[in-house]
Design a protein around this ligand. Structure first.
Ligand code: GLU
Length: 439
C-alpha cells in the first residue's frame, strides 16, 4: 500500500514550482492506488498563517488534488517531544550553547584555515558544570543531532543510486533555543507515524535526505523510498521563487488559465513526456513514471503554458465545457467557437456575438452593399451551405469578390475583425439576428 505526502509550509501561496511536487505525489498515488496525505509544515509559527493554509487547500482543489488526509505539524508536538526524548536518551541529540555570533566566528576561522565550515562539536565536550554555568547566565541551548558521519546511501527512484556523506556536514540543529522544532525532525517523525512509503520532493532536499535517513534509523523507523525531482526554473535557469507573484497558482487561475494546463506544464516540463493536451490528470497518471523525470533542468516557458491552454480548449469536448458555459452557448456553438479562444473566459465575448448586441457602424462605401446583402439573405432553415449560397448570389449582384465581399459582412455580423468561419457561424446567428445587423 503506497502512502505519499505533500508537505508545504503555509508561509505563502502555492506557486507553479510547488505544483510540481504536489502533483507528482498525486499522480504517483493515482498510479499506484495509494493514499495522498496533505501535511502542513507549520512549525514556523511566526510565518505560518491560517489564511495561507486555506489558500493551499483551495489551490490544490483547483489543481484537482483531493487529499485523503490532512495533518498539521502544529497539532503534533507531543509526537516530536517523544522523539526528542528518545534521541536524547540514545545520545544522538545534544544541547549546544553557542550564540549565532560565536558560530559565525568559528565558521570564519575554519574558512581562514581552509577547512570546511563544519560545526566542531565543541558542545559535546561540555561538562555538566559548564552547562550549568551557561544556564545560570540565562543561555538556553539549541539541540543538535549527532550525525554518524558516514556515506549514507539510498536508491533514488528518479536520480538512481545516491550517496550523501554526512561526515562533511554539521550536526543539524533540530530544536531552536526557544524550544521550537525546525523542519528536519518533525518531518521524519510524521513520515514514520503516517507510514509514508514514498517521499517525492525537490532535489534541493537530497542532502537533507542523508541526515533524515540517519534520524529514521536512530528512531527505529522504516526508511521510506525517496524520489527527488528536478526543480522548475525560469528561462534564465533561476529558481521560481514563491515570491514571484505572477506565477502563484491563485494568479494563474485569475488570469484564466485552465488548472489542467497549469498542471501539465508543472509536471511534464523536464520529463521525457511531451507537454501536450491530456484529457485529465488520470490520463497523465496512466503514463508518467518517476523514471521519466529528467536529471537535467526543467525550464518553464510561459509561451508554452499559453499555447497549451489554447490547445486544451480547442480540443475540449462540450460535455467537459458545458457546466462553465453561458446559457446561450450550446453544443453546436461550442464546437464552432472553441477553436477561437485561448482562455475560457473569451467565450463570453462570443456569447455576445451570438446572442447579444453587436454595434458596428459600416463604412459609407459598404452601406449599399450590406443593404443588398440583407435583401439576399436566404430563407431558413440554415446550415453550413447557407453562407456559400448567400455570398455567391451577392458576388454576382455586387461584382465584389475576395476580401471586399467577405470582410464587410464579417464586421457587420460579428463586429469583429476575425473569428470562426462564417459558414459555421451563420447558422448559429440565424436569419433574424443577421437581418438586424445589416442595414
Ligand atoms: N516543508 C518542506 C518544504 O516545503 C517539505 C519538504 C519535504 O517534502 O520533506 O520544502
Amino acid at each position: 500500500m503506497t502512502i505519499v505526502r505533500y508537505a508545504p509550509s503555509p508561509t505563502g501561496r502555492l506557486h507553479l514550482g510547488n505544483a510540481r511536487p504536489a502533483l507528482l505525489n498525486w499522480l504517483f498515488a493515482q498510479r499506484t492506488g495509494g493514499t495522498y496525505v496533505l501535511r502542513l509544515d507549520d512549525t514556523d509559527t511566526a510565518r505560518s498563517t491560517a489564511e495561507f493554509a486555506q489558500g493551499i487547500e483551495d489551490d490544490l482543489r483547483w489543481l484537482g488534488v483531493t487529499p485523503a488526509l490532512k495533518v498539521r505539524q502544529s497539532d503534533r508536538t507531543a509526537l516530536y517531544d517523544a522523539a526528542r526524548d528518545k534521541l536524547i536518551a540514545a545520545g544522538r541529540l545534544y544541547p549546544a550553547y553557542e550564540t549565532e555570533e560565536e558560530l559565525d566566528i568559528k565558521r570564519g576561522r575554519a574558512r581562514l584555515l581552509g577547512r570546511p565550515p563544519v560545526y566542531d562539536r565543541a558542545a559535546l565536550e561540555l561538562t555538566d558544570d559548564q552547562k550549568r554555568a551557561f544556564e545560570a547566565e540565562g543561555r538556553k541551548p539549541h539541540w543538535r543531532f549527532r550525525l554518524d558521519g558516514r556515506p549514507v546511501q539510498f536508491n533514488d527512484l528518479i536520480k538512481g543510486p545516491q550517496t550523501v556523506n554526512t561526515a562533511s556536514m554539521s550536526d543539524p540543529v533540530l530544536i531552536r533555543a526557544d524550544g521550537s522544532y525546525l523542519y528536519t525532525l518533525p518531518s521524519v517523525v510524521d513520515d514514520i507515524d503516517l507510514a509514508i512509503t514514498h517521499v517525492i520532493r525537490g532535489e534541493d532536499h537530497v542532502s537533507n535526505t542523508g541526515t533524515q535517513i540517519e534520524i529514521f534509523e536512530a528512531l527505529g523507523g522504516k526508511v521510506p523510498a525517496f524520489a527527488h525531482h528536478n526543480l522548475l526554473t525560469g528561462a534564465d535557469g533561476e529558481g521560481l521563487s514563491k515570491r514571484i507573484g505572477s506565477l502563484s497558482l491563485a494568479e494563474l487561475r485569475e488570469d484564466g488559465f485552465e488548472a489542467l494546463a497549469v498542471g501539465i506544464v508543472a509536471v511534464l516540463t523536464g520529463t521525457s513526456l511531451p507537454v501536450e493536451p491530456y484529457a485529465d490528470l488520470a490520463a497523465i497518471a496512466g503514463r508518467l513514471e518517476l523514471s521519466m523525470i529528467s536529471h537535467g533542468s526543467a525550464r518553464f516557458d510561459p509561451a508554452e503554458l499559453e499555447s497549451l491552454n489554447a490547445r486544451l480548449l480547442h480540443a475540449m469536448p462540450y460535455e467537459v465545457a458545458a457546466s462553465r458555459l453561458p446559457r446561450t452557448i450550446g453544443h453546436a456553438a461550442w464546437d464552432v467557437l472553441r477553436g477561437n479562444i485561448r482562455k475560457f473566459g473569451e467565450i463570453e465575448l462570443w456569447a455576445k456575438v451570438i446572442a447579444g448586441e453587436v454595434h458596428h457602424a459600416p463604412e459609407p462605401a459598404d452601406t449599399d452593399f450590406l443593404a443588398k446583402a440583407s435583401e439576399l439573405l436566404p430563407a431558413e432553415p440554415w446550415d453550413e451551405t447557407t453562407w456559400g449560397a448567400w455570398t455567391s448570389a451577392l458576388k454576382e449582384q455586387s461584382g465584389r469578390k475576395g476580401r471586399s465581399l467577405f470582410h464587410p459582412l464579417r464586421l457587420a455580423l460579428t463586429g469583429r475583425e476575425d473569428g470562426p468561419e462564417l459558414k459555421s457561424l451563420l447558422p448559429l446567428l440565424g436569419r433574424k439576428v443577421c437581418q438586424a445587423r445589416l442595414p
